[in-house]
Design a protein around this ligand. Structure first.
Ligand SMILES: [Zn+2]
Ligand SMILES: [Zn+2]
Length: 49
């Protein structure tokens, strides 16, 4: 299991239909809307520290 990178909803990685590889890391999303939000502004959801 993973969490949606946008909204922290639980995502089953085995059946996840929405995922994006960004800077070598795969991010999972609960729905296409969350994926679209991530793709528009990935830095907002991947800030380190
Ligand atoms: Zn989500
Ligand atoms: Zn969603």
């Amino acid at each position: 299991m993973a969490t949606c990178a946008t909204c922290d909803e639980t995502v089953d990685t085995a059946t996840a239909a929405h995922k994006v590889e960004y800077q070598g890391t795969v991010y999972y999303f609960c729905c296409g809307h969350c994926q679209a939000a991530f793709e528009q502004e990935p830095a907002r959801y991947t800030t380190e520290g």
